[in-house]
Design a protein around this ligand. Structure first.
Ligand code: ZN
Length: 293
């Protein structure tokens, strides 16, 4: 490169889904460790990382998505880590800019859950709303778990930052928070409750004509490990047993139905299909062939 820069370019990929365009927005990555893995021995998790041609200590990647088309205002699904995460994250605004979407044009942000890597990007560094005209949409159980004063005072010391960050992320939106209990949130996008990782953790099923995509958010954090061993969870699952049951059920379902899936922590562009593979599964990413039109 002329300037010698190896800084990553924004990760943006448009995907056509019927009349809609689903754009994957890469937010960056953070360096995890095998200490994050629950439910299976660390040695086995490390071996799966190596077998997947990845570093033994998992790198966790992150994506948000934006849905446009069919005459609608852009609908953002999650916001990335914003200023709450390490310097390798917080790239959603640059990705959105490259996609030609102004933050002011976003009137709806669907939040899959309120962990800081999904909600942190709602606020700018000075604490104002990054999407000043947006209404936030979140499952009622999720809001009830993280946001009330009583929830913060009951939180165990180690978990307090998660509660504080969730409150900070939504604060500038005031009363512009719509709580739901599943069902259609905006035309063509339906919340699919996938509880366990957090109490109100929801995937988003995006449908246009005969095309559909299930954005399953945090069903899988470490693809090289959890497709092969769905029993494996992550330390930040709020209810590990419930998250495991949800992952086991949804993997079986999408493999049986051949559903196109997207994931917050699947490596970019984070879209693909799930195939059965022995006692577990394999992820078959979609391949970019240059887009349509
Ligand atoms: Zn996450």
């Amino acid at each position: 490169m002329a300037d010698g820069s190896n800084k990553p370019l924004p990760g943006v990929l448009r995907w056509t889904l019927g009349d809609l365009t689903v754009t994957a927005l890469n937010d960056g990555w953070f360096q995890g460790s095998l200490d994050l893995v629950t439910g299976i021995p660390q040695e086995e998790a490390g071996a799966l990382q190596r077998a997947g041609f990845r570093s033994e200590a998992p790198v966790v990647t992150l994506n948000a998505f934006v849905v446009t088309g069919a005459g609608r205002k852009p609908v953002l699904i999650d916001s990335g880590y914003g200023h709450f995460g390490p310097a390798t994250m917080g790239r959603v605004p640059a990705a959105l800019a490259l996609a030609g979407i102004a933050p002011e044009s976003i009137e709806t942000v669907l939040l899959t859950h309120l962990h800081p890597d999904h909600a942190g990007g709602l606020v700018t560094q000075d604490g104002s709303a990054a999407y000043p005209n947006a209404e936030l949409v979140v499952h009622a159980d999720e809001a009830a778990h993280w946001l009330p004063d009583e929830a913060l005072s009951r939180a165990p010391e180690a978990a307090r930052p998660y509660f504080e960050n969730a409150r900070k992320a939504v604060a500038p939106y005031g009363a512009r928070i719509r709580r739901h209990e599943g069902g259609e949130l905006v035309p063509g996008i339906t919340a699919v409750p996938l509880p366990g990782h957090t109490p109100g953790h929801c995937g988003m099923r995006i449908v246009s004509g005969d095309k559909a995509l299930l954005m399953w958010t945090d069903v899988v954090h470490m693809p090289a490990i959890q497709f092969k061993r769905p029993e494996a969870g992550v330390a930040f699952d709020v209810d590990g047993d419930q998250a495991r049951a949800t992952r086991t059920r949804i993997l079986d379902e999408v493999a049986t139905e051949g559903t196109l899936i997207g994931g917050s922590h699947l490596e970019f562009p984070a879209l693909g299909h799930v195939a059965r593979d022995g006692a577990g599964y394999s992820f078959v990413p979609v391949l970019w062939v240059g887009g349509e039109g």
